[in-house]
Design a protein around this ligand. Structure first.
Ligand SMILES: NC(=O)c1ccc[n+]([C@@H]2O[C@H](COP(=O)([O-])OP(=O)(O)OC[C@H]3O[C@@H](n4cnc5c(N)ncnc54)[C@H](OP(=O)(O)O)[C@@H]3O)[C@@H](O)[C@H]2O)c1
Length: 336
């Protein structure tokens, strides 16, 4: 009787023990798989299927190197927040012009605005955002700390919070490398922990600067914003940054004021624009997006602002992309 009881206990325990040893996906409520699919019954086939899907992902990365979502017109940053891939730059826009341009952008459906302490227009940006009546979380505002603020970064962050007055800052960048930049970045990391800033990044950091900087910080930058246009393409820098999982954003997409006529009138770009019944400005912005570069063209014209948001009705062919890639002159239009 004693032996019978022990045997019954063993038989009762065996199925329960083997259930604990099942692959995790058979125990989840959600039905999500956590192991490779071996439904074919052949593990080698499962591995081959897996590497085929890796190849598809690699091909996608080639076609869409920034991982942009062309449906939602956003990119998922490494910080976990979504950022629109096109918006408005506000450099050189003074108070009223800035307010009107941001208002025009928001009315036209744009949701990304780039400002900086150095542009002296954070207050106008904040006022336009508040007056728009659009829910705060739908708008993405980038601002920057200037190197002359790096010695007292906590005060500089609070100054930006106060000037913008929009509850939190979506993205703060260090505007340029400079003395005290690592300490300033650490202060931004603390501001992320405190809920003042959601994502942080850098501007005018190239390969060498990034190699030196990144080992000294804890939060990987979510964004690097650099000069990028068809005459200054940074073809060596962009993939380096993207491979680090950092989103790239270009400034001076039209070459910057004083250079726009030459770039917008470029024969190659104009011919491509004609073929798509688009404008040269739209072709340049679309070329950026297809390279995985987010864009923030500057404009004080509501008509241009609307035009610069209308980038999703056409796709540049690989041939057209290579034609524009061929225009690179490594010609920087500013000193930094
Ligand atoms: N991180 C940095 O160090 C840094 C440096 C420079 C700039 N940025 C940022 O990058 C943004 C872009 O640079 P940017 O504004 O100086 O130069 P940009 O975008 O290359 O060019 C702006 C010029 O293009 C014209 N424009 C805009 N849309 C147009 C269109 N559809 N057709 C024809 N012309 C058009 C504008 O004139 P209208 O006003 O007439 O439209 C303006 O004169 C800045 O606003 C700033 O936010 C950052």
């Amino acid at each position: 009787m004693k032996y019978f009881l022990i045997l019954s206990l063993i038989f009762a325990l065996v199925p329960a023990l083997s259930a604990c040893g099942q692959p995790a996906q058979e125990q989840t409520d959600s039905g999500q798989e956590t192991l490779p699919d071996t439904s074919s019954g052949n593990p080698e086939e499962a591995i081959a299927e897996d590497s085929a899907s890796e190849n598809t992902r690699a091909a996608d990365t080639e076609k869409n190197p920034g991982g942009f979502d062309f449906e939602t017109k956003t990119v998922l940053l490494n910080s976990g927040y979504e950022m629109p891939v096109m918006g408005l730059g506000t450099y050189s826009l003074s108070d009223e012009d800035c307010y009107n341009s941001v208002t025009a952008l928001l009315e036209a459906g744009g949701r990304l605005i780039d400002t900086a302490y150095m542009y002296h227009n954070e207050a106008a940006v904040g006022r336009a955002v508040r007056d728009s009546g659009i829910p705060r979380e739908e708008i993405f505002v980038i601002t920057k700390l200037y190197p002359n603020q790096f010695s007292e970064p906590e005060a500089a962050i609070d100054l930006a919070m106060k000037a913008l007055d929009i509850e939190y800052i979506d993205m703060m960048l260090l505007h340029h490398p400079g003395e005290g930049d690592v300490e300033a970045y650490h202060a931004m990391e603390q501001a992320v922990a405190d809920g003042k800033i959601r994502s942080i990044g850098l501007s005018n950091w190239y390969v060498e600067e990034l190699e030196e900087f990144l080992p000294q910080v804890t939060i990987t930058p979510a964004l690097v914003q650099n000069e990028i246009h068809p005459y200054y393409q940074e073809n060596d820098v962009i993939p380096y940054i993207q491979e680090l999982g950092i989103t790239v954003q270009g400034w001076y997409p039209f070459g910057g004021r004083g250079y726009t006529a030459e770039l917008l009138g470029d024969e190659t770009i104009s011919a491509i624009a004609e073929a798509h019944e688009a404008t040269s400005a739209q072709v340049i912005l679309r070329w950026n997006l297809q390279k995985g570069v987010a864009v923030i063209p500057g404009s004080s014209s509501p008509e241009h602002i609307r035009e610069n948001l209308d980038l999703f009705g056409f796709t540049l062919t690989e041939e057209e992309m290579s034609q524009i890639n061929g225009l690179d002159r490594r010609e920087k239009h500013d000193w930094y």
